[in-house]
Write a protein that binds this ligand. Structure first.
Ligand SMILES: [Zn+2]
Length: 84
């Protein structure tokens, strides 16, 4: 039985957490070939998912940056102290 658009949408979001395999993936693929709306949806959630991941990465990067800034501030502070 072919998948409905709703089922495909569900499978596509499942696919982001753990990749689809075997016949499920084939059915989704087949549906995507026929249905440009679901293709669009698939692209969209992929982009959203990547954006979320990117935001997480950015947050990590900024935490690291903050740590660096704090470290160099401390170093500076220590240097000034010993200069006194
Ligand atoms: Zn569809």
């Amino acid at each position: 039985m072919p998948l409905s658009c709703k089922q495909v949408a569900e499978k596509l979001s499942e696919n982001l957490d753990r990749p689809l395999t075997g016949t499920t993936w084939l059915k989704v693929k087949f549906h995507l070939l026929m249905c440009h709306l679901c293709r669009l949806y698939g692209k969209q959630i992929e982009i959203t998912n990547n954006t979320v991941k990117k935001v997480d990465a950015d947050r990590e990067a900024s935490a690291e940056l903050r740590e660096n800034v704090e470290n160099s501030y401390r170093e500076l502070h220590v240097k000034n102290k010993s200069a006194e």
